[in-house]
Design a protein around this ligand. Sequence first.
Ligand SMILES: [Zn+2]
Length: 359
Amino acid sequence: MSDTQFPYKIELHVHLDGAIRTETIIQTAKRRNIKFQWETTEELKSHLVMREPPYTLQALLDRFNTFMPVVAGDREALYKIAYDFCEDCKAHNAFYVEARYSPHLFANKMKDGTKPPFAQSEGDITPQEVVKIICNAFDKGSKDFGIKVKSILCCVEHRPEWSMEVLELCKEFQSRGVVAIDIACGDLEPGIEHEEMHTRAFQLASQYGIHRTVHAGESGPAAGIKLALDEMHAERIGHGYKVVDDPDLYERCRRENVHFEVCPLSSVKTGSVPQNLEEHPLHRFIDDEVNFSINTDDPIVLDNDLTRDYEMVMEMGLDKEHVIATIFHAARSCFASPEEKEQILKDLVEAYGEKFMKM
Ligand SMILES: [Zn+2]
């Protein structure tokens, strides 16, 4: 499939730290004289890419421990990662993208004086500075490549003490292209540790007019989706495949037109869906006209890109019109301003035709 088939794509669920070019990691390790086990991009790729079982979310997340210490707290690397990301979006015709990351995981100085999670040593890159660097790079990259890249800032499930600061950063950088708050977690479900610290941040986000998306119902149960909708005022659900396990909740999501950020290859490689693709919840989503988009999640460990994920869903039986309909779903459910949204929809109509506006 050539890219001419889909000249305008939108991506709503991709982790910036999961979309770093492997060569940037190798180069940064060399520049910073960091002892790094892998000397070439091929070696690093063969270690990072999930090519064989276990296909679990934990196996995917563990891989971040390999490379995050190389880039965290390094100003030059952070800028380059975010700028190059824009170029990679353009290469796959992704003209509007919301990329997410945890400012804390890229930092080398914590506000409360605790040890930065990944940095080699302490420095002056606070979570606030991280957001500033990445906003600058996204601005420049968006201009240079003629696209729009926005940020979503992530809370981290096992670090509830960061959530209020994430909320504050969302507020502070709203005018710089930060559009929403997210929580990245393995198994969001009622009763997670310090649940109230996360939910409070999301409730305030809703009051402040900051958009909300929540990772839920991926490897965790459908109850996590309910928690996200009821307590965290989520407007979109990251993954959410397990929604099909709860018929009432599924009906409600359809009724309320909740948007699911589906990541096809990721869903298989994390074991979040049956390995037999015929049983993939995506088929239900299509039959029932659920509001969903197609996304990459973490290209560095999945070795995918948007073109590849589009191919995958077409191999699963989606036809071209279905795929285009998902791009329109993404446009309607994205967190751009109303004016920007209007322009995106205009561009989409120009690319694909008027009839999709009614789908
Ligand atoms: Zn994700």
